[in-house]
Structures are given as structure tokens and as C-alpha cells.
Design a protein around this ligand. Structure first.
Ligand code: ASP
Length: 324
């Protein structure tokens, strides 16, 4: 018996020692649960670049996309809790629990929260040839084309899905949802005219809007934005959809049980990234707002996600949308 205790103590000390050494030159994988080249991927790659400087090790981005981020999120929930596999996800962490009847993870109990990164507004955009040049003309076009309109999204639980859901319910019209593994492939199809409309983060749309490659109708924030390419766009609220407001946020997570010293180092690297001039400049140019408040701390990040679950759950349930 004594021998067993001694072995357990040695094993615990070994784990502790490894945790102190983290990352010990080993590569860290940051899972992005959406396709490469999209808005979540963009935030992840910029963040990884900044965090590497503090951690002194390489961070690779792994795009495990599909099913509105639930596949990649499940992968991290199942990963070794050693700090070498992390997740960057968005508002989906708070909408998935209401949208999926069965999820292979529990957002609130299967993860260690590492801190919030940014908030990103969304924009409503249309395919290049769409015969509506402003929001008012868009509503006329929608009314005249009921039952024929395709609206892209990045799967149930994605930000684009949530935004599209709220938009349809505010207008009381139904559009045909076209799911993708992320909004990078969705925007490619929009540019090609295969889908009509898309609601997507400014981190993905501002350059297309600035270059006038897509039709841009409105922003989803309560106030107009100041980003040069977006500053002339009205809000949906001022356009007649009173109270319409969706802002996307991103946060970083580790599997439950990751040792405390590892979590501390990761959180410090995230907070250092929030002060990295290169990261700040890249994010701001795309319309994102870096998180500088207490939500960069794990406990406050978790509290915020719980409040978002409480906020979106009833809205999603009322819309009657779910997946098995
Ligand atoms: N913007 C996407 C969404 O709708 C996700 C992505 O491709 O990053 O949530």
C-alpha cells in the first residue's frame, strides 16, 4: 500500500514538473472549428502569431470544421488536458446548447476557460448582381421573391446562422438555408452568385465591401461603425428592425483538467496578445474590437459565456430551430 502511495506521489510530481515546464518547446495546436480563410480562422492565426512570442513555441492552427463548430469543439473536449490542444471558438459556444438536442460535450463543464479575445460586428451582404442597392430596395426584393431566396451560413450554431435566423424572424420571411463549413466557402459562393445573401463578420466582409465586390446592406450593431469601408452602412435597427443587435465574440478554451500552471501561462500569453501592436492593428482594420476588460480573465470569461447562454437560449427556442 505504502509503495502505491509513493508511486502516486511520484506520478503527481512528474505531472506538476511537466506543467511547470510548459510549453517546453513543443508545438501547441489551436483548433478552429470552421474552414480556413474565414473570420474565425483569421482571428486564430493572428492570435497564434502574437501568443507565440510570449510562449516561445510554435502554435499551429488546425481547421476541424463542420456542423456549426460542434465537430472541432468536440475534438478539443476529448483531447489530452495538457495545454497542447486548445480551441478558439465564437458565440457558437453559447448558441450550440440551445440549437443541438444532443451535443457530445457540455460547454460549461468540459472546458477550462482561458479568456475572451475580441468582439466583431456583422454585416448583411448580397451577391454581386442582386438588383437591390440599399437596405430599402433589399426589403422590396425580398418581398417580391418569397420562397426563392438562398441564405448562406456556416452551419447550425454558427454566427451567420444566428444572424440569419434573427433577420428572417424580424422580417417574418423564410429563406432557404445553405450550410457551409465556414463563411470562407460561403462568401466564395456568394461572389459566384450561387447564394443570394449572407450575414458575416466584418473580419471577412470589410475588404469585399471596400472593393465593392459584394452588395452591402447593413451592420448588425446598435451603432454605425467607424471602419472606413463600413462607415456608410446603416444599422438594421435604424433601418426598421428595432432592437436588432448581434455582436460576435471569440474566446479560447482548453480541455477540462488542464493543469493550473499551464492555464496561467496560456492566459498570460492571451493577455499579452491583447497588447501586441501588430495584433491590435490587424484586428481593428477589420472592424474587430480587442477585449481589454476583465473578460480576459478565465472566471469572467466563463461568467460572460453563461450569461450569453441564458440570453440566446430562449430566443433560439422561440424560433423553433434545432438539430439532433
Ligand atoms: N463566420 C462564420 C460563422 O458564421 C464562421 C467562420 O467561418 O469563421 O460563424
Amino acid at each position: 500500500m505504502k509503495k502505491l502511495f509513493a508511486l502516486a506521489a511520484i506520478a503527481a510530481a512528474a505531472v506538476g514538473a511537466h506543467a511547470q515546464d510548459f510549453p517546453a518547446g513543443k508545438t501547441v495546436t489551436l483548433v478552429v472549428p470552421f474552414a480556413a480563410g474565414g473570420p474565425t480562422d483569421r482571428v486564430a492565426r493572428d492570435l497564434a502569431e502574437a501568443m507565440q512570442k510570449t510562449l516561445g513555441t510554435t502554435i499551429v492552427v488546425d481547421n476541424t470544421a463542420g456542423a456549426g463548430s460542434s465537430i472541432g469543439t468536440a475534438k478539443v473536449a476529448r483531447a489530452n488536458p495538457d495545454g497542447y490542444t486548445l480551441l478558439l471558438n465564437h458565440i457558437g459556444m453559447s448558441t450550440m446548447p440551445a440549437l443541438y438536442r444532443k451535443l457530445p460535450f457540455n460547454v460549461e463543464t468540459d472546458f477550462e476557460y482561458l479568456g475572451m479575445v475580441n468582439e466583431v460586428p456583422m454585416t448583411l451582404i448580397g451577391k454581386p448582381g442582386l438588383p437591390a442597392n440599399n437596405y430599402k430596395e433589399l426589403t422590396t426584393w425580398i418581398a417580391a421573391n418569397k420562397g426563392k431566396i438562398n441564405l448562406g451560413n456556416a452551419g447550425l450554431g454558427a454566427a451567420s446562422h444566428l444572424c440569419g435566423l434573427l433577420f428572417q424572424s424580424a422580417l417574418k420571411v423564410e429563406m432557404t438555408p445553405v450550410p457551409y463549413k465556414g463563411t470562407a466557402p460561403a462568401i466564395a459562393d456568394l461572389l459566384g452568385g450561387q447564394i443570394d445573401l449572407l450575414c458575416d463578420q466584418t473580419t471577412n466582409t470589410s475588404s469585399q465591401i471596400g472593393a465593392k465586390k459584394v452588395k452591402a446592406y447593413a451592420v448588425t450593431t446598435s451603432k454605425r461603425l467607424t471602419t472606413p469601408a463600413l462607415k456608410d452602412l446603416p444599422t438594421l435597427d435604424e433601418s426598421g428592425l428595432k432592437g436588432f443587435e448581434v455582436t460576435i465574440w471569440h474566446g479560447v478554451y482548453a480541455p477540462k483538467g488542464t493543469p493550473a500552471p499551464v492555464l496561467k501561462k496560456l492566459n498570460e500569453a492571451i493577455k499579452a496578445a491583447m497588447k501586441d501592436p501588430g495584433f491590435i492593428q490587424r484586428e481593428e482594420a477589420l472592424g474587430a474590437v480587442i477585449t481589454t476588460d476583465k473578460r480576459t480573465e478565465p472566471a469572467e470569461h466563463k461568467k460572460f459565456v453563461s450569461s450569453e447562454i441564458a440570453k440566446w437560449g430562449p430566443i433560439i427556442k422561440a424560433a423553433g430551430v434545432y438539430a439532433d
